[in-house]
Design a protein around this ligand. Structure first.
Ligand SMILES: Nc1ncnc2c1ncn2[C@@H]1O[C@H](COP(=O)(O)OP(=O)(O)OP(=O)(O)O)[C@@H](O)[C@H]1O
Ligand SMILES: [Mg+2]
Length: 243
């Protein structure tokens, strides 16, 4: 029997999380809503829900195939993904291959400055505080994750980068940076959670350098709907027959 969603647990900016009639699982329902700058800018992107559900599904399947433990269990419908229920660790892992966005302002770095090896940063997941940058010391001191868990999170984040960079290159895009969330199941096993979509990463066109991600929405660059669809179609074509 296909699991059905029951009551909602929480509504976030881009997804609604539901309990289900299957133990230890949740459903992520992907909305078309788009926000930026800690929800100061609000809008919607045509078909973003189904597009992001599809992209995340393919990326998670690909990562699982390559030894990354994710919360993904099954795509249930256009907008619904069945996942393992996790207690999300309140630390956003951000990996940067090149400088852009907040780090350029924070540290006065030039946009496009390469980080080789990639840079991994940590942010405290708190809308109320505007997701502030934190260090390893805060994570240990406030017991958000153990040393071992944090090491696993860093290692997995680097592995995701190693796996996905060539995929995006193959479809004409450079993976500039991305954000990941991790969580633990009842037994304390660590999984990659949440999503991997053009909302949470930056992709630059290899030929033109144009942004092919949520920066089009953030900066009013136009062709937002078209870009989400374009990236999704390229990825789905690439993954066809491979997953
Ligand atoms: N497997 C999971 N189990 C439990 N919670 C999850 C799981 N995967 C993702 N989540 C959480 O579900 C929510 C998804 O909603 P959304 O991404 O719209 O939130 P958000 O507006 O980004 O807010 P937040 O700051 O809480 O991430 C997030 O809080 C995310 O951390
Ligand atoms: Mg989110």
């Amino acid at each position: 029997m296909t699991p059905k969603r029951t009551e909602s647990i929480r509504e976030g900016k881009s997804k609604i999380l539901y309990r289900t009639d299957k133990p230890d699982t949740v459903i992520q329902y992907f909305k078309d809503d788009a926000t930026a700058f800690n929800a100061q800018k609000k809008g919607s992107i045509k078909d973003k829900g189904p597009i992001n559900n599809g992209v995340s599904t393919s990326v998670f399947k690909f990562l699982e195939k390559n030894g990354v433990r994710t919360h993904f269990l099954e795509k249930l419908s256009d907008r619904e993904m069945l996942c393992r229920s996790l207690e999300i660790i309140p630390v956003e892992m951000v990996l940067r291959n090149k400088a852009t966005g907040s780090i350029t302002k924070r540290l006065g770095l030039e946009k496009g400055m390469p980080f080789s090896p990639p840079l991994v940063e940590f942010f405290y997941k708190s809308d109320a505080l505007g997701d502030p940058l934190i260090g390893e010391g805060h994570i240990a001191y406030l017991k958000w994750a153990s040393k071992d868990e944090l090491n696993q999170m860093i290692e997995t984040t680097l592995k995701v980068n190693t796996l996905l960079r060539p995929v995006f290159k193959e479809i004409g895009l450079e993976l500039i940076d991305f954000k990941l969330e991790f969580g633990k199941d009842k037994s304390g096993n660590l999984y990659l959670g949440d999503e991997f979509t053009a909302d949470g990463c930056r992709l630059w066109d290899l030929k033109t350098g144009e942004s092919m991600d949520k920066d089009r929405f953030r900066q009013d660059l136009g062709k937002v709907d078209e870009t989400y669809l374009d990236v999704s179609e390229r990825l789905q074509n690439y993954f066809k027959g491979k997953l």
